[in-house]
Write a protein that binds this ligand. Sequence first.
Ligand code: DGL
Length: 266
Amino acid sequence: MNRAPIGIFDSGIGGLTVTRAIFERLPAEATIYFGDTARVPYGPKSPDTVRRYSMEIQDWLLGQGVKAIVVACNTSSAHALDDLRAASPVPVIGVIEPGASAATKATRGGVIGVIGTAGTIRSNAYAKAIHALLPAATVEQVPCPLLVPLVEEGWFDHEATRVIAAEYLDPLVRGGLDTLVLGCTHYPLLKPLLRRHLGPQVCLIDSAEETAKAVGARLAELDLTAPDDHVGYHRFVVSDDQARFLEVGGRFVGEKLRNVETVPLG
Ligand code: DGL
């Protein structure tokens, strides 16, 4: 048993999707969320820069006494997970393996689409993780960089978002996908819009829920779970612009998004 908080980080606001899933699945756990709002987006940045930013955040979280680290950012998971794990005395859980595993279980025809940032797609991390589990899968990947600023703007159900999403997704639809991995923290917020565009026959994989399950399993395995009667507190920390984080982030973690602190890194 361990009452220390779980550290969760992302390049900005999107990692709150993973945080919310952890709140729901592991209600006794305390959390510290770090959103690098000063340096978002990570998607177009080089692997070395993303690794450096991710290491800085991990060091800061370790300094807060976290018992585990969740890399909610897909781009960080794609570029930095191995280095983060090698440098951390506590377990580090990324989002790519849980999402890839869920996709291989969900697919019926073996045609899996993956959408993510330019960095995540270029790294091929999802395709590698899917092929490790299902070698016969056809994996079609499309970078969708414009969706991140639209979500950060709170345009979850806006006509502009619909037009841009259609432009990105239509080649995948023509390729006959049956499963789509939302390989970016921000995309689960567009689920209703994507669902309307793709129809019910395409299974949407939201790695947030899968990652929360993986976190629960890992904590239990290492005997790090908080006791059931523990009332976990939730801290939110950003590197810039609290007002926008509160406004947009509040829409998906509700009343828990209070007491936002600013810690500039780097
Ligand atoms: N958090 C990033 C991810 O999941 C998306 C936003 C960004 O580009 O930084 O890949």
